[in-house]
Ligand binder design. Structure first.
Ligand code: SAM
Length: 245
């Protein structure tokens, strides 16, 4: 299946992404472990370590089943800090799973859930100390709109953090990674989530996403300062950070 992103409109992509995540929601967590051989757990742990001040109000966009929010909560608890996190996702099926997980794990206080598009957030200006988004931004049709919204809702001195698939830096790894992405992942999707095309979409969306330096320029263009990134696992993913000064 070739989704031919260059040919689809923002509206078509929005509908496609909604279908993809509704279809795979119940298998989402197990698929993450299988596809990344469990490494996504380490990437996410490293991501939440970039939040030094846990006594804060955090907006986690594209929350999905809540992996980032729960990690932040755990870290705050270990440091005896009270954190408040708003989980925001365009897909209510994913947020419902996050809510169920929170109840099952007895994580009840300080979490709120908002169904919303990252391109049009229902929050006032200058509301949050941190804006986090993990494996979500590449699914957003107009990334620039989402970045402008991130900038708007952050308080002055607020920190933007994004974890996303990026461009592999090591030449020797590129063919192995490409073979694995385009041939193995859709097959795992077919067997486990019974949805090969959804995982074909995910792989294509990774290939289409801007590389580390291009994404950094997009952040600077919407007004962010102190823009930097840190590659994880040879650039398979990268953590981007930036401040609203
Ligand atoms: N952050 C979670 C994690 O790291 O496991 C979930 C990531 S999941 C790959 C991507 C999520 O982005 C999905 O739950 C999807 O519904 C959400 N999403 C896609 N487009 C969105 C948009 N325009 N606004 C908000 N969320 C969106």
């Amino acid at each position: 299946v070739d989704f031919g992103f260059s040919k689809v409109t923002f509206e078509q992509k929005r509908a496609l992404v909604r279908d993809v995540f509704s279809n795979v929601a119940s298998k989402y967590d197990i698929m993450n472990d299988l596809m990344s051989l469990g490494i996504h757990r380490w990437w996410k742990d490293e991501f939440v370590r970039q939040i030094p001040n846990l006594q804060s109000h955090i907006l986690d966009v594209a929350s999905g089943t809540g992996d980032i929010a729960f990690r932040i909560k755990k870290q705050a608890k270990e440091h005896n800090k009270v954190v408040s996190i708003t989980l925001c996702d365009i897909n209510t099926d994913m947020l419902t799973l996050a809510h169920d997980r929170a109840i099952n794990n007895n994580i009840l206080q300080g979490l709120s859930y908002v169904t919303s598009d990252a391109e049009k957030l229902p929050f006032p200006d200058d509301s949050f100390d941190y804006y986090t988004i993990a494996f979500g931004i590449r699914n957003i049709p107009n990334i620039n709109n989402a970045l402008k919204e991130a900038y708007r809702v952050l308080k002055p001195m607020g920190k933007f953090l994004c974890l996303e698939f990026s461009k592999v830096e090591k030449e020797w790894l590129k063919p192995i990674y490409e073979f694995y992405s385009f041939n193995i992942i859709p097959k795992i999707g077919k067997i486990i989530a019974r949805n090969e095309s959804a995982y074909q979409y995910l792989v294509e969306s990774i290939a289409q996403f801007p590389d580390q330096d291009s994404f950094s320029i997009m952040l600077k263009d919407v007004g962010f300062d102190k823009v930097s990134y840190k590659n994880l696992t040879c650039g398979i993913t990268a953590i981007h950070s930036a401040y609203k000064l």
